[in-house]
Design a binder for this molecule. Structure first.
Ligand code: AMP
Length: 301
């Protein structure tokens, strides 16, 4: 695997491969790679001739009081994890390389999907995400890009962006990888104290509780949300940012679950903000985001 730090180098490396007809799979990340990232890299390895992983903590998707400066970084470890999972190139540019004119002038305006869930608590976040992903897509020019369902709203927004702006690539969404107790893997889990780490499992448990309540016949979103709040409240260190049950394509709140619904939550465990989600049909069966998106938008290729 080759470590590449400049736009010029990655373009020079990929151009001849693309010309020879190689199919390029791309996994954008912010580094501090874990098994969730590795599962995306392995999927890209299975489905493509060339696998590119980007490793870039993007400043424009962090708010002024967020954790940009202390976000965990470990390029040496990322090299090992990415290589073991089958990456051919690890693209790890500096902030100056990605934003040569400082904050830059052009941004991607996401529209109404950025006004819900995490977008409400983190104004500007998805604008930063859509902008950096656009830059990365233009640099790497992949055939397929891989994202995790763990960041459902991000995956939805990027699927819509690719469709609405006619990006010539496909986005595939893979399921959330979890610890044995159910906690979704996240680079931010490293912020948790041992007690907080134990308590953090309430996010997953609240989603399981929602699934069980649906299976028992509950359809009322307010009551389902209360059940989830109750489970989250069992952790002393928890403070709810949001718990919502929404339409999985518009992200608008549902009053009743009569069709597939996204159950999404963001919870502070101590000072660390964690997110999780699940897509359920009304019977409580879990659905895959990728299937739902594919059913909704059959993209060209
Ligand atoms: P990040 O480095 O957190 O920006 O994540 C990079 C990519 O990995 C995104 O597409 C995430 O959705 C995905 N990802 C992060 N955590 C997980 C996980 N636990 N399971 C699956 N994918 C994940």
């Amino acid at each position: 695997m080759e470590l590449v730090k400049t736009v010029r180098e990655i373009r020079t490396s990929l151009a001849p491969l693309r010309r020879r007809g190689a199919r390029i799979g791309f996994v954008p990340t912010m580094g501090y790679l874990h098994e969730g990232h590795a599962s995306l890299i392995r999927a890209a390895r299975r489905e493509n001739d060339v696998v590119v992983v980007s490793d870039f903590v993007n400043p424009t998707q962090f708010g002024p009081n967020e954790d940009f400066a202390r976000y965990p970084r470990d390029l040496d470890r990322d090299r090992t994890v990415a290589a073991a999972a089958g990456a051919d190139f690890l693209f790890a540019p500096s902030v100056e390389e990605m934003y040569p004119d400082g904050a830059g002038q052009f941004f991607v305006d996401v529209g109404p999907l950025a006004g819900h869930l995490c977008g409400r608590s983190r104004p500007g976040h998805f604008r930063g995400v859509a902008t950096v992903v656009t830059k990365l897509f233009n640099i790497v020019q992949p055939h397929v890009a891989y994202f995790g369902q763990k960041d459902y709203q991000q995956a939805l927004i990027l699927r819509r962006m690719v469709r609405d702006l006619f990006f010539p690539l496909r986005i595939t969404v893979y399921p959330t990888v979890r610890e044995p107790d159910g906690l979704a893997l996240s680079s931010r889990n490293t912020y948790l104290s041992p007690t907080e780490r134990q308590e953090a499992v309430v996010l997953y448990q609240s989603l399981q509780e929602a699934g069980r309540s649906l299976a028992a016949g509950e359809r009322d979103a307010t009551r389902l949300r209360h059940r989830m709040e109750e489970v989250v409240g069992r952790a002393d260190s928890s403070r709810v940012d949001y718990i919502e049950i929404v339409d999985p394509l518009t992200l608008l709140p549902l009053e009743r679950v009569e069709k597939p619904a996204l159950f999404a939550l963001a919870v502070f465990i101590g000072k660390t903000r964690l997110i999780d989600n699940a897509l359920f049909d009304p019977s409580g069966k879990e659905l895959s985001a990728d299937e739902l998106f594919n059913r909704t938008w059959s993209e060209w290729e």
